[in-house]
Design a protein around this ligand. Structure first.
Ligand code: ATP
Ligand code: MG
Ligand code: FE
Length: 338
């Protein structure tokens, strides 16, 4: 079964052809990072226009790279939620058009659930239940995963998402956009115990997260003890900045690791699954590896390339819906939230 996956939920236009849910025949991602960088965040109007420009070339390249005839595609999968509606609408419209003209079934996919599929992908025998952590730009969710299509939400952030915290702290430290990759890099030269930033645990047994206090603590730290509101970052040495970045990252990683372990204990998970952009973070990957070694659980983290937005995860999850006969029709709409 060959599925063409399409993704346009935020600022990446992506298409991929995946066979039987795991064999990646092509994967094309057009990132809009350069467009949004000067604004320090995603500008919906600009994102929508860029998707419109990129969507057909990206789909065409995915089909060409896969070396497949468009008519040999068995289904069209589209991430229709959650995300920016003005972005989603471009992919949804393209997917419907293809489904209609090729007379193939349309499959709707939840983008956040698909981030998890990136961790499972080629694994034949995932020992379930699994505790699943999705850490991305807009979400920090823990799930009880009974199957790729069966996720029960156990906890989530009450304010900022983990990726959002990385992006905001990078901006406070004058490190640019997007913040995750640059903090990861800079932190390698810093001392993670230099500053003791708060670890918000939301109560001993809670599986919810809060990262806005941590972000504020970094801001205050950068304003010095007088807290007069002027950032001292310009006067800091590279080493001081690296120390703050490493200390911030250590706080996020510790909370994510402890909560994931707690979720795994609560549902007696044999496996831990991790997906989403922050899953690319080297310190988080190391910390989860250590924690799962200790607890004897299998750890499946999405490969680096499939942590951030892509369409392989869309096409891969769609295979499970295809097998279950779960199809959408041409009235499918984009949804900002799920
Ligand atoms: P969502 O999936 O919640 O709708 P999104 O699609 O924008 O949001 P992703 O593409 O999954 O999010 O991830 C982007 C986020 O991942 C950004 O916030 C980025 O800073 C963060 N990120 C990317 N690489 C790293 C890294 N190495 N370390 C930490 N964070 C990272
Ligand atoms: Mg993105
Ligand atoms: Fe995403």
């Amino acid at each position: 079964i060959n599925i063409l996956g399409i993704e346009s939920s935020c600022d990446e236009t992506a298409a991929a052809v995946v066979t039987n849910g795991s064999r990646i025949r092509s994967s094309v991602v057009a990132s809009q990072e350069d467009i949004h960088r000067e604004w320090g965040g995603v500008v919906p109007e600009l994102a929508s226009r860029a998707h419109l420009e990129n969507i057909y070339p990206v789909i065409k390249k995915a089909v060409d790279d896969a070396n497949i005839d468009l008519h040999d595609i068995d289904a069209i999968a589209i991430a229709n939620q959650p995300g920016l509606v003005v972005s989603l609408i471009i992919g949804v419209t393209a997917a419907k058009t293809l489904a209609l003209t090729l007379d193939k079934p349309l499959i709707s996919i939840n983008h956040v659930h698909a981030h998890l599929q990136a961790a499972i992908l080629a694994e034949e025998n995932v020992e379930l239940p699994a505790a699943a952590l999705i850490v991305s730009g807009g979400h920090t969710n823990l799930y009880d995963c009974e199957s790729p299509l069966d996720l029960r939400l156990l906890g989530s952030t009450i304010d900022d998402a983990a990726g959002e915290a990385f992006d905001k702290v990078a901006s406070i430290l004058g490190l640019g956009y997007p913040g995750g990759p640059v903090i990861d890099k800079v932190a390698k030269k810093g001392n993670p115990t230099a500053v003791r930033f708060p670890r918000s645990m939301m109560g001993k047994d809670s599986l919810d997260f809060s990262f806005s206090g941590l972000k504020t603590a970094v801001l205050y730290h950068c304003q010095g003890q007088d807290m007069k509101g002027t950032s001292q970052v310009d006067k800091m040495s590279e080493q001081e900045i690296a120390d703050i970045a490493a200390s911030f990252q250590a706080a996020v990683v510790e909370v994510l690791t402890r909560k994931t372990e707690l979720a795994a204990q609560q549902i007696k998970a044999r496996t831990v699954l991790v997906g989403g952009g922050v899953g690319a973070n080297s310190a988080l990957r190391e910390s989860l590896t250590r924690s799962c070694e200790k607890s004897g659980r299998n750890l499946l983290i999405a490969p680096m390339k499939l942590c951030t937005d892509n369409a392989v995860m869309i096409a891969s999850l769609a295979y499970h819906k295809y097998k279950a006969g779960l199809f959408a029709d041409l009235t499918l709409e984009p949804k900002a939230r799920t």
